[in-house]
Design a binder for this molecule. Structure first.
Ligand code: ADP
Ligand code: MG
Length: 349
């Protein structure tokens, strides 16, 4: 998962009459507010640099208006940047001709939308087959494929229904099947599950994670919800006012929030269910205790360490090699929510 599939470099987007004329102000550090009040332009994205690893899920997170949709829509060039580079598989998306771009959208990058974006007058099967028909696949083959993908997302038997006859969760399964049917390597998901009720939403996350273990798509997933980001993201980039504030390993983000904005996102999560022992262990020598996986979450590690004589456990990697140990005290400390007014908090200011 180290190879980069999408490379975003020094990307800027300014909305307004003459974006290029104010680009230098933004480059010199003018705030979004000042750009709007003094120059009547909206800062969409500011100097975005992100590597999206192949075959992984990269989450872009941020509050409403932070620039998430603007960013993801640059990847398949639904939006033209004011400045910057966008490469997919080393290919310059901004240099593509109209025909190349069309192909890129048909074969390489599929999008899943928050409001599903289904054709209301087409059946479920027709909706899923649509992208294939556009690719020039025969009607018969498209129908077969459509059936196959509907089965994969748990909608076998609903082929002839119309979208309006389905619940929101089911409609988004259709949206997912449609995106998968084209065989695109890149899935762009803009708050795809945000409109769904919590339980349905968790279901959809499971469907996606399940498919992903087999399909290994490169997924850019947008959400404003940290729990969702942590559940599905291999990597998280956090946006605020059009700029990336912090990006990287989700565990690192929780332990080392770069500023108060991110601290506010992470302070209320259930650390016991999210943090892994490998993240908080410090010792590199073995103890007299049980072996626990490096990926075990604190809540489960707590039980095992508490039950051992030494009140500690050995942490092992996937090959069962001991990579360190952790004590009950460390686990308990890791569970504690950081104090907003603690001395350590100074680093967020
Ligand atoms: N077409 C547009 N014209 C002017 N401003 C826009 C346009 N699209 C988005 N914006 C502004 O850009 C910022 C980022 O918007 P958006 O990417 O939709 O945020 P998010 O998806 O994170 O909610 C917001 O301030 C929004 O008002
Ligand atoms: Mg949005």
């Amino acid at each position: 998962m180290t190879e980069s599939k999408i490379h975003i470099e020094n990307l800027y987007k300014i909305f307004g009459k003459n974006p290029k004329s104010v680009l230098d102000f933004v480059k010199d550090g003018m705030s979004k507010q000042e750009l709007l009040e003094v120059h009547g332009h909206v800062l969409g994205l500011k100097d975005i640099n992100i590597e999206v690893p192949a075959k992984g899920v990269t989450v872009v997170m941020g509050l409403s208006g932070s620039g998430k949709s603007t960013l993801i829509r640059h990847i398949n060039r639904l939006i033209e940047p004011t400045a910057g580079r966008m490469l997919v598989d080393g290919e310059d998306v901004l240099g593509m001709t109209k025909a190349q771009l069309l192909n890129f959208r048909r074969y390489k990058a599929s999008m899943v939308f928050q409001k599903f974006g289904l054709h209301v007058h087409r059946t479920v099967a027709e909706n899923v087959a649509y992208g294939l028909i556009v690719q020039g696949v025969s009607t018969k083959k498209a129908k077969e494929q459509s059936h196959r993908w509907l089965e994969r997302v748990g909608l076998a038997g609903f082929e002839d229904h119309f979208p309006s006859q389905l619940s929101g969760g089911m409609q988004q399964r259709v949206g997912l099947a449609r995106a998968l049917a084209t065989d695109a390597e890149v899935l762009l998901m803009d708050e795809a599950f945000s409109a769904l009720d919590p339980l349905i939403r968790t279901d959809m996350q499971d469907v996606l994670l399940d498919l992903q273990t087999e399909l290994h798509k490169t997924i850019v997933f947008i959400t404003h919800d940290l729990d969702e980001a942590l559940r599905i993201g291999d990597k998280i980039a956090v946006l605020r006012d059009g700029a990336v504030i912090q990006q990287g390993d989700p565990q690192h983000l929780i332990m080392n929030p770069a500023d108060e904005y991110i601290f506010d996102f992470v302070k209320d999560i259930n650390r016991g269910r999210v943090l892994k022992v490998k993240t908080i262990m410090t010792s590199d020598h073995a103890v007299d205790g049980p072996e626990i996986s490096q990926d075990l979450v604190l809540e489960e590690a707590l039980q095992l360490a508490a039950g051992s004589q030494s009140k500690a456990a050995n942490v092992v990697d996937r090959r069962h090699t001991i990579i360190g140990s952790i004590t009950l005290d460390q686990i308990v400390a890791g569970l504690a929510r950081p104090q907003v007014d603690s001395p350590a908090e100074g680093q967020y200011r």
